[in-house]
Write a protein that binds this ligand. Structure first.
Ligand code: FES
Ligand code: FES
Length: 158
């Protein structure tokens, strides 16, 4: 089937088998390896992408579900060589160790802050609860999301 959608701001068209998973499409057909597959069963959040602004698990989605939608992967967050405020905050707060969970965490945080610009620490924990980190213990991740919320509130859109 022919699939058309917007990927990181650009219209794309690709011929795919109807049973192709989104995580494979992104990583193998588009070379966007920032989207990680870990559990492959909807448990860890490593494969999180944004579809029309909402978090989706790309290991559980079929490519056909992307038709006509707007998709953002971790590669689509930076603009003009400048990282998104959430990405900067993760680096500044040591919220990245092995980095495997980071793309999914960052996208989940971006989606959370779009819905809830000044979340409490509890709301941040809740918002990221679908994303598992095996390294950081979460405190630094929550610190980073709190700091990103402040950056964005002060007008740093990127
Ligand atoms: S790889 Fe998709 S949720 Fe774990
Ligand atoms: S930084 Fe390693 S899994 Fe989160």
């Amino acid at each position: 089937m022919k699939l058309r959608f917007v990927l990181n701001g650009e219209s794309v068209e690709i011929e795919v088998r109807p049973d192709r998973r989104v995580v494979d499409l992104l990583r193998e057909d588009f070379g966007l390896t920032g989207t990680k597959e870990c559990c492959g069963s909807g448990e860890c959040g490593g494969c999180t992408i944004l579809v029309d602004g909402d978090c989706r698990l790309s290991c559980l989605m079929l490519a056909a579900q992307l038709h006509g939608r707007e998709v953002v992967t971790i590669e689509g967050l930076s603009r003009n060589d400048r990282l998104h405020a959430v990405q900067e905050a993760f680096m500044e707060h040591g919220a990245v160790q092995c980095g495997f969970c980071t793309p999914g965490m960052v996208l989940a945080a971006v989606s959370l802050l779009a819905r809830q610009p000044r979340p409490s620490r509890e709301q941040i924990r809740e918002g990221l609860s679908g994303n598992i980190c095996r390294c950081t213990g979460y405190v630094k991740i929550v610190d980073a999301v709190e700091a990103a919320a402040l950056k964005l509130a002060n007008g740093d859109r990127r």
